[in-house]
Design a protein around this ligand. Structure first.
Ligand code: ACO
Length: 322
């Protein structure tokens, strides 16, 4: 069972926030952020929300694929920072694009786009033909803007892809989850139940992250994921045109490239202008590559991601669009 991406789209808010702008209210500097994380700018929501961005990205992906709302069999969404806890992002997208198909969300935090692809593959095996995948994140609502170690890293964006069943295309995947709620987490609001006697969790609704542990996990998970997925597909690293990684920190990408003996240019990096956009980062990067005509039909590329969970995944496939 295999699939191919037939349409890709993305959307970022128009407001761009530079490191210098952050330095006006945080004890940080352009020099520290550029050197330690590799980010110069990030896009941040002002009037728009996750649904707006996700709908724009979804429409762009459908236009790129040359399909209408009636051609979609299923919408699978993912967000950890949506406008609403319910209805799900996929239902909001379904309403706004005028589709009537089944729609639901899944989440694997920043790794979600790869888990969406794998879930789509499973639905192809029960007869579906075309699935819309959509990730949208407004991480600017999930970070504590007084916490310099988190606030400087993230940005807002949405990314979407139309995928179709295609058993002739290369598709191999590996996933890993090691249950952990210590390294990266967001606590839900405590609520006001008069019956709740447990102690209120710390910093509800703000992202909490142990930076160095995340860093170590990321380099290990991405480099072993890439090796394992290539071995499963009987391919070598020399067969791969591009690695399209989750964009979390430029140093993570550089370490991963070094471990695998790759040229830095082969490891796609958009982090300098967008920051870490969580689950949207891989479809956003793919859309930028598509717009810049970097991918040619038949190119082998590996997507690799890690995130809270701790979850990680790597998928090798071929670009199958003209
Ligand atoms: N500006 C200036 N100084 C800072 C900043 C900042 N924005 N943030 C932290 N510092 C300081 C710390 O306070 C510390 O100061 P101290 O030595 O006086 O105590 C010093 O810099 C070093 O702190 P470290 O945490 O050791 O810095 P490190 O080099 O590890 O960088 C960072 C921190 C950027 C968070 C890094 O660990 C990292 O990128 N980790 C991975 C993060 C990541 O991938 N996040 C994604 C999570 S969610 C997801 O996408 C899956």
């Amino acid at each position: 069972m295999s699939l191919r991406i037939t349409g890709i789209g993305s959307c970022v808010p128009s407001k761009v926030v530079s490191n210098d702008e952050l330095s006006k209210f945080l004890d940080t500097s352009d020099e520290w952020i550029s050197k330690r994380v590799g980010i110069k700018n990030r896009h941040v929501c002002t009037t728009e929300g996750v649904t707006d961005m996700a709908v724009t990205a979804a429409k762009a992906a459908m236009e790129d694929a040359g399909v209408g709302a009636g051609d979609i069999d299923l919408i699978i969404g993912s967000t950890v920072s949506g406008d609403m806890l319910l209805p799900t992002l996929s239902c909001l997208v379904q309403k706004n694009i005028g589709a009537t198909c089944m729609a639901f969300d899944i989440s694997a935090a920043c790794s979600s786009f790869l888990f969406l692809l794998e879930t789509a593959k499973a639905y192809f095996s029960i007869g579906m033909k075309r699935i819309l995948l959509v990730c949208g994140e407004q991480m600017s609502r999930m970070v504590d803007w007084t916490d310099r170690s988190c606030a400087v890293i993230f940005g807002d964006a949405a990314g979407a892809a139309v995928v179709e069943k295609d058993d002739s295309n290369l598709y191999e995947s590996v996933f890993s989850v090691s249950g952990n709620d210590d390294v990266i987490k967001i606590n839900m609001p405590f609520g006001n139940s008069p019956f709740k006697t447990a102690e209120q969790p710390e910093n509800p609704m703000f992202l909490q992250m142990k930076g160095q542990e995340t860093f170590k996990y990321a380099v290990g998970a991405m480099s072993s994921g890439i090796k394992d997925v290539l071995s499963k597909a009987h391919l070598n690293i020399s067969d791969v045109k591009y690695i399209v990684p989750h964009q979390a920190n430029q140093r993570i990408l550089s370490f991963t490239a070094e471990r695998l003996g790759l040229d830095e240019g082969q490891v796609i990096s958009i982090i300098s202008e967008y920051g870490n956009t969580s689950s949207s980062s891989i479809p956003l990067a793919l859309n930028i590559m598509n717009e810049n005509k970097m991918l040619k039909k038949g190119d082998v590329f590996v997507m690799t991601a890690f995130g809270a969970g701790l979850s990680s995944g790597s998928i090798v496939t071929k670009w199958a669009k003209d």
